[in-house]
Design a protein around this ligand. Sequence first.
Ligand code: SF4
Length: 502
Amino acid sequence: MKSITKKNIRTSFYPLWQQYNKFKAYLLRYPKSGNGFETVSQSKMIQYNKVRYHGAKRLFCYNPFVNIFFNINGDAIACCRSHQTVLGKYPEQSIKEIWFGKRFEKMREHMLHNDLNMGCNYCKLQIESNRFHSLPSMHPEEFASTKPGAYPQTMELELSNNCNLQCVMCSGRVSSAIRQNRDKLPPLKLPYDDSFVEQLKEFLPHLKHISFYGGEPFLIDIYYKIWEQIIKINPDILIFVVTNGTIYNRRIEDLLKKAKFNFLVSIDSLNKEIFESIRVGANFENVMHNLQKFIELTNGQLAISHTPMKINWMETPEIVNYCNNKNLTLNLSYVEKPAKYALWSFQPHELEKVITFYDNSEIKTNHNSIISSYNIKVFNEWKEQVQFFKTKNSEIIAKYQNINAEFENYNIEFKQSLIKLFDTLPFDSMGIDSALKLANNIIENTKITPALIDGMKIVIKNMNNQSLLKLPNAQKFLTESDLFSGFIKKEISEDQFWARYY
Ligand code: SF4
């Protein structure tokens, strides 16, 4: 006979509890706009509350009340997607000064009004496209509270970019290998030191969850010092490690036995060739071998992070089935930048192809598993978001009805503006004739599309109001012909065109 465990009870009652929360979503009294605050609409709150894993709640996000995120620059922020809103800075301020400081308070005030205007653009876009399951506001929900004066219950650390891979969609900001090899830049100066670990000790007794990002966390020395302190001070903390799965050794195995580790392993394809073309520097077999080890050592407390992009969107259904089969949680990651890899920079007809493929893919479910039904919801929301991209991009394209006539006008204006700009430059440049010849050559050889029209419009505007001169390296790219060509080509490119809308 099946034994009655806490997990079984939770599994049996969860669907009933979900129904209760769907009902509760309509009864809650949500904050209203006013007094300078603009709230998330009631209809979006109801939609969101229906899918919240830890039940319906009055507020949209509890991150600023329970979570603190330290990024590579020493910036303290509220979550992994709000890097623009810096709430404090290490080492200029101590962790305690930051957490109990004025900026955090201000962010909390916004959240008490469900106002996402303090740098929460990521969530705004996601809820606009009805994609709720991968919102970072979901992360600390288990500990949702607005209790004043409380210490954080969850913490996220991105203390170093030390990494062995050069994933195509990644940047030098979070990969030292990219910074060195692709960007040809010296290593980042990292602000985190032993004093940071020392200060953390006061926070550890209050923490329930702590997440470690990179770089590759298992290559970051300071993380080992923090794990040591966790084991000493509060071994009950759940430790989440977002790993590329390339590193596994005896030291890690020992750590896993002493503390409660959970993993989020990045798997962008189950096809060796595609996997290795995205995760540059990784070996597919090695990662899959390590993944199996992590599954065993954590008793399956592991999630797969998959990032659907232009190069691997067709892999997503297979990854969903893989997760369902192994009863692993699926996390679908969203590429904000670079545009050339992001699905949102596809043309509407290409997005239609993606939707059709997803609709025709067989998704295998494990009927007794909450995780499996969660994964399917995650996938369905992703499909909905692709549909949103398609609708949005179709509407954008529809605005460009008379592109041939527009081209004629902008082409003349472009030349006039360029002559005027180069005529008045306060430094020695490549000269009007060379610039005109180069620009003409590029424009005449580019297909007339909305991207070309839009790019020309932007460059004309920037030339006319001289704001182009304020761009970094302006003097250089107005002097060197290959840089000038690169600048024009970028501004009129498809990727840049879509990036202006996302
Ligand atoms: S970006 Fe989203 S999850 Fe992050 S603090 Fe803002 S609302 Fe919360």
